[in-house]
Design a protein around this ligand. Structure first.
Ligand code: NDP
Ligand code: ZN
Length: 351
């Protein structure tokens, strides 16, 4: 089969591989739609997870089951399915401990385009099919289903990590597709004020549609200075970080109230340390919590978030700014993601 791969750090290309083998608990899926992710860009061009050779890229997609293992109970050939970017081993001790995303080691629940070939192939392999697949509801298009692989669950996980409560003032740093879903999630959780940070006009417009009440540009000066001015020097209750870099934590800690929580879902592509400002962190006693996590993945979450989209309460189509037709277009879609033109939120390739 053909796949679009990372050949080595900084280099991509089409490669030929054998169709993946199906173990007893697994499924083999033929894609219906695929979407590149900013994480693919960090992986290929920043070498953020280290060297990978001839690894098929991609972790956002949906498809049709073409083969199932003998132990798979709930899925059969011909089922149209959704799958999350994170596909844990549900029998692992880490999953039992409540951290399926780290099953088998830190971040090891993230298998596609990390520890094995990703979804940008003519076929892709899904481990623990009963735990990691979900049936694609009829009224969710394949293009929309791609947003349920990663953008929705990751943005919403940021909201969970920050533990957004009714009435909170929430700062969402970064309003790319992940941050936009964090805005939507904070809105669902009853935030009273949602301040989004970003500059791309499309993203700003969509952030407002998802519930952002205010927008701050990180290019107009320090984020914390602007947020403190907007909040009578009080700062915000919760912060979700979905953009920026290792230095972003410094401004986030400054913008946060004592007792507040920062939930990071940003994939930090470079830098050895994150920065926590000592004084603004209450000289170590400010009860300002900093947490960060890979989204959990799994069928239960996919079914529930899918239900939110199927019900019409969450409209993910606002994220889909660029549409391509045909498998071979994953290359163009990935390079569009790399170049990030001003009007881009998410590209999607429909097969
Ligand atoms: P985008 O690049 O589309 O969006 C990034 C956002 O951050 C934009 O709004 C951008 O603003 C803003 N930004 C850029 N630089 C700064 C800065 N210095 N300070 C503040 N804001 C800044 O990314 P995505 O939404 O696609 O993804 C966000 C992050 O989440 C990525 O790092 C991605 O790899 C990661 N990720 C993490 C996952 C997880 O499970 N934890 C899963 C999926 C993705 P502007 O556009 O105006 O420049
Ligand atoms: Zn992704």
């Amino acid at each position: 089969m053909k796949g679009f791969a990372m050949l080595r750090i900084g280099e991509t290309g089409w490669i030929e591989k054998d169709r993946p083998a199906c173990g007893p608990n697994d499924a083999i899926v033929q894609p219906l739609a695929l979407s590149p992710c900013t994480s693919d860009i960090h992986t290929v061009w920043e070498g953020a997870i280290g060297e990978r050779e001839n690894m098929i890229l991609g972790h956002e997609g949906c498809g049709v089951v073409v083969e199932v293992g003998s132990a798979v109970k709930d899925f059969k050939v011909g089922d149209r399915i959704m799958v999350a970017a994170i596909t844990p081993d549900w029998m692992s001790v880490e999953a039992q401990a409540g951290f399926p995303m780290h099953s088998g080691g830190m971040l090891a629940g993230w298998k596609f385009s990390n520890f094995k070939d990703g979804v940008f192939g003519e076929y892709f392999h899904v481990n623990d099919a009963d735990g990691n697949l979900a049936l694609l509801p009829d009224n969710i298009s394949p293009a929309e289903a791609c947003m349920l692989s990663d953008m929705v669950p990751t943005g919403f996980h940021g909201v969970e990590l920050a533990n957004v409560q009714f009435g909170d003032t929430v700062l969402v740093i970064g309003i790319g597709p992940v941050g936009l879903m964090a805005v939507a999630g904070a809105n669902f959780r009853g935030a009273s004020r949602i301040i989004g940070v970003g500059t791309r006009p499309n993203c700003i417009e969509v952030a407002k549609a998802y519930g952002a009440t205010d927008i701050v540009s990180y290019k107009d000066g320090d984020i914390a200075d602007q947020v403190l001015e907007m909040t009578n020097n009080k700062g915000v209750d919760k912060i979700i970080i979905a953009g920026g870099d290792v230095d972003t934590f410094e401004t986030a800690v400054r913008a946060l109230k004592p007792g507040g929580i920062i939930g990071n879902v940003n994939y930090l592509g470079g830098g050895a340390y994150i920065k926590i400002p000592r004084v603004e962190w209450g000289v170590g006693m400010g009860h300002k919590t900093i947490t960060g996590g890979l989204m959990p993945g799994g069928r239960n979450r996919l079914e529930k978030l899918g239900a939110l989209v199927a019900s019409g309460r969450l409209d993910v189509s606002l994220l889909l700014t660029h549409r391509f037709e045909g498998f071979e277009k994953v290359e163009d879609a990935l390079y569009l993601m790399k170049d990030k033109p001003g009007d881009l939120i998410k590209p999607v390739v429909v097969l």
